[in-house]
Design a protein. Sequence first.
Length: 430
Amino acid sequence: MTKTIAITTLGCKINQFESAAMTQALELDGFSIVPFSGPADVYLINSCTVTAKTDAESRRLIRRATRLNPEARVVVTGCYAQMAGALLLDMPGVNLVLGNSEKRDIAGLLRQMGDEPRAVVADISQAKSGESAPLESFAEHTRAFLQVQNGCDARCAYCIVPFARGGSRSVAPEEALQGMASFAARGFQEIVVTGIHLGGYGLDLTPPTDLLGLLRLAEERVPVRRLRIGSVEPTEVSAELVSFIASSRMVCPHLHLPLQSGSDTVLFRMNRGYDTRLYRGVVQSLVRAVPDICLGTDLIAGFPAESDQEFAETYRFVEELPLAYLHVFPFSPRPGTPAATMTPQLHSRVIKERAEALRLLSVQKRNAYAAGFVGRELQVLVQRDAGGRKGLSGNYLPVLIEGCGSLFNTLVTVLITGAKDGELIGSLAG
């Protein structure tokens, strides 16, 4: 008898990729995928543990699943499962807890699931090789995400990820290129190269390589129109990488450069390994080489002991930089990290106010960046036809395209006629 399974995902793009891979594996094994909002035989929660709040959200989803169908079996995997398997196993309704390494064997593990709750969680610190999950399609997406790296060797003061994901492990270049070629053969126009610590790609391989080496091979051998790079640390953006992005026929003019704070004293407490001078230099070199590049960043608001002056330094620094958008995260202490025990911890009201100020700054920057393309032509990947045609430009701007007819999953040239709320409006050129 075919079992129905509902899947929900918290957290990063890697989790999204891995959920898509698990969905494919389960469908091939005869499971029927249904929405998480309705009844199912099995509920699968791919969890995140980046903050205490995401832990709480995973627990909320478990309780929701048991309300939707008290007879269902609940399976929890992902980073929270990796870190807190015993705690999750004690929750009512949870039948199976799987670590991150076990995601690759999801179908077999679910078929073996018995009545007795159990946890299958390997020691992630012992994982030594990077293997990309075998994903052949990306349902309901026009862009394919390819995981080429997992884990992290950094020790940022606020982050639990190295303990939940293990050390940095890279997919061999030939395997990564094969994954790209597979996506291209299936008609995807854009591939997003992702990893937990993407800039560390290849350093663990024999012989060692790096992200730039992989991108150069992709340029030579992969017949895809667009290749987008995920998040890269500022210390890992070399002059050679900047030059390659500027000259590439396929790499999108878009890069996410995590900053976290614009105050050197806060960056030191975070153990980020760089200062604002280095970050500014990287941004300036990218903008000089690729004038239209879309640069985004991450910021943590209200890190422990962040003074009014330090926050003001962050605000001014970010305000001055040619960034297109900000991902703002209110600080939330994650047990097990050094930042969780740092003092003083800021009041939630102060954290909320600072996060809101940075989000308003992000809106201003997004609008200003988008407005600069009015009157110009952009290449846009059409992602939706129904309900108003919409697509994404190479420099990561959403574009509403006037007109009708099906252009789904095609690259078209659009003349930009307006901008509103960070989105562009345009019509087909020519």
